[in-house]
Design a protein around this ligand. Sequence first.
Ligand SMILES: Nc1ncnc2c1ncn2[C@@H]1O[C@H](COP(=O)(O)OP(=O)(O)OP(=O)(O)O)[C@@H](O)[C@H]1O
Length: 648
Amino acid sequence: MASTLSILATFTIIRSTFNDFVPKEIRDYLWSFIRRFSSEFTLVIEESHDGSSNHIFQATMEYLGSHVLSASAAEGSPKRLTVGKSEKVRKFTFGLDRHSEIVDIFHGVPLKWKYNADVNTNTNNQQKSESRWYELSFQKNHVEMVKSKYIPHIINTAKKLKDRNRIVKFHTVRRERWSSSAVNLDHPMTFDTLALDGDLKKTIMEDLDSFINGKEYYKKIGKVWKRGYLLYGPPGTGKSSLIAAMANHLNFDIYNLNLSAVNSDSSLEYLLLHVSNRSILVIEDIDCTVKLQNRDAGDTTASYPHVQVTLSGLLNAIDGLLSCCGDERIIVFTTNYKDKIDPALLRAGRMDKHICLSYSTASTFKQLAANYLGISNHNLFSRIEKIIEEINVSPAEVAGELMKSKDPKTCLEGLIELLESKASEATSKPEEGKGGNNTKQEKGCKSKGSNTTNSDSPDHNAITFLTVGPDPMIVREYTVKAELAPILKAVLLKHGDIVTDCSLNSTQCRSSLLEIACGIIQKLQAAKLEDLTEPELRSMLASVSDLESLKLRVSWLRKRLDQIIEALQLVKQCSALEEDKRKIVQEIEEMQKELGSCRMETLEKEKKTLRIQEMEAVIGTISESISSNEARLSCFYERSLVDGLLCL
Ligand SMILES: Nc1ncnc2c1ncn2[C@@H]1O[C@H](COP(=O)(O)OP(=O)(O)OP(=O)(O)O)[C@@H](O)[C@H]1O
């Protein structure tokens, strides 16, 4: 390739000297003469084609613009480049100056570009116009390759470059239409500055990248190239920040749809159909901006008198958007209360991925400290990391403290004060604490591995625990009777999300199954071994088997019930042995009385004495069995029947 370049460079120098001394008319004649014997072929790409702008010309400009600067160091490269920047793009754009040339090597083939521009003067009215064109020259035998590979490559690369360089816009609704004056999205949040727990960031970025690179895949499976995300979690945990990071990562415009500003279902449909490609449609706080009452929860539309858009209207509009026109579109819903949203909105195909943004953990605190204070360690860290895992504090609150001063120590001390005040608040109001304000383990989300149809939730080990009223309560996303909530919380902590693989998908059904499991645990918790009967335990066991057949991970509960039934049988065995022992003792006593009477013959006496000895030996064996059974049962008497089953 180097030799090709140096030949071309020498050629270019000779040619520019030649141009300086020979008049243009003679040059043109000579060139046309030489071309007749040359094996070189030239394609001319003019700025306009058939009276309208030529897409290949625009693509070439974009494509060469990205190459010229990096190629400018090479020998023989043009000495002059143009540079500019328009409002629509983020970076400078470079280009060839008129009459300059550059060589591009594609699949080992040198392809020579020349940029030309001429000013045309109309002699009658003195108007000037400029015609611009590129000349692409290469060996004749590469014509097919240029046509089928190189030009498509230029068009694709140019599109990617253009998408990457465009300024992201933020669109809002005005008078039920998208405002014509979208503003630039100057949000600085990126995936580098967003603090997320565990692998969540990586998971989201991979999902976005596979979506954006999935054109062919979507085509192959016959699915429209769109993706829906539900972002849920307490206020200040970064839902809006994540949307900004997504837009900056993909260079997608944001269409922010405030549903309370939309007066009818038909306006909503219009708006959704007029969202451009490569965009993110955002509907924030979906649970309170529309009559999206969860039908199962039995909400009534009367609670939302100001709202005009209906659930069916939204479902229709989303399906319209998802099923026709346009590509590369993302829809994002956000909510603080996932359970308030009708499951129809959340099903796979509408919301493909459910992402929980949760309270700060030690890991998110460290990321925020690195971002805001530029430190990765400090002697106050360990104290903060310990308290932060115990209480609920949003990343927004942590960020607020870290911004208060430039001095890390001052910020960290302020944060410790905030965390400690939250911790003491939680201890002094335990009932409110349960409501999700500050208590431990309320960090947010479902645990690993939920690969159900519509919710492949990312890893999270923490639990959301929000009060929605005195009864029921929400633990993570599951709604259960308030009295069962502490049990569910303890179960989830000890055994993880036991409904992850459940064959029922809706949160409502899953909550009901969890209630059954927790109800059994509650009974066991309240009872002593001797209060329980075998039929009662067998009926609990049958329920647990049913739960297992629905793929609830409750084998630990089944094992415990088996152990309790076995213990109950031991208790029965013990009382039967005690009865036997009592009878034998009674018999021995009677025989001893008889032995005391002097009327008995000697032989008879010997026989009875032998018999008593045998019976005493049996009593010894029975007593041994009883004590070994009692030893086995002692653990059931000394501790609760659910001991070890829960994380208490
Ligand atoms: N995960 C995070 N990483 C970095 N900064 C965060 C994060 N979460 C919140 N913040 C900071 O807190 C501010 C508020 O967060 P954001 O608006 O994204 O939260 P939200 O979950 O959308 O809240 P709401 O539910 O109230 O709309 C952000 O501007 C950002 O500075």
